[in-house]
Design a protein around this ligand. Structure first.
Ligand code: CO
Length: 217
């Protein structure tokens, strides 16, 4: 098990390396942040948002929770979205799920882990909505993959339906909501063809993403 001391040592080495490359990097960043993206992803330690997209500190605003769920009454997630959209004016919100997600698989199995079952109820709602399509995927691994993909699409819909995003679009603010999924076994992001940049475009983009799943699986 690594110690906190080893993290501090790693941190000193990292800060030195970044400063060696760009001596004013930290000074510049400490004055302001202007990220272009908001990432809403799973808390899984194997899905490090900025690392896997090759972004530097300052380039991505990040919210992560178990199974990348966007709930209309979750003040934490809504506050992150509001700050990102209204203050930082990000141009893209990315909802990113991943294959082999423990939260998604617990929801699929209807496993009981205590408090978190209430949170994963939202993923079970996605399961219930698309039950036949998920069962048609095949064995457990295939069903888990399909539920992970559908969960991204449905949570991206939830982002689009927040008052924050709807009002941004009404103001004419440039903002696109995207759905991606990450493969733990190859380190690659896949585009789920969910790319919504207006309230009126939501239904067509949802259909496109669903058709895309049907075609590729
Ligand atoms: Co996960």
């Amino acid at each position: 098990m690594p110690t906190i001391q080893s993290l501090l040592k790693n941190n000193r080495a990292w800060a030195q390396a970044v400063s060696a490359e760009d001596p004013s990097f930290f000074q510049r960043l400490s004055a302001q942040q202007s990220p272009g993206y908001l990432w809403i992803g799973c808390a899984d330690s194997r899905v490090p948002s900025t690392q896997l997209t090759g972004l530097l500190p300052g380039e991505m605003f990040v919210h992560r929770n178990v199974a990348n769920v966007v709930v209309h009454a979750d003040l934490n997630c809504l506050s992150v979205i509001q700050y990102a959209v209204e203050v930082l004016k990000v141009e893209h919100i990315i909802v990113c799920g991943h294959y082999g997600c423990g939260g998604v698989e617990a929801a699929l199995r209807d496993s009981q882990f205590g408090l978190i079952d209430n949170w994963l109820r939202h993923v079970q709602d996605v399961h219930n909505k698309h039950r036949a399509f998920i069962e048609a995927a095949g064995d457990f691994a295939a069903q888990s993959a399909r539920l992970s993909e559908l969960n991204v699409i449905e949570q991206a819909v939830n982002v689009c339906q927040t008052t924050i995003v709807r009002q941004a679009w009404e103001r004419g603010q440039q903002l696109t909501v995207n759905g991606l999924i990450y493969g733990l076994n190859d380190g690659l992001l896949r585009d789920l063809q969910m790319r919504v940049d207006s309230a009126k475009g939501l239904a067509a983009q949802f259909k496109q993403a669903m058709d895309n799943l049907g075609q590729t699986k």
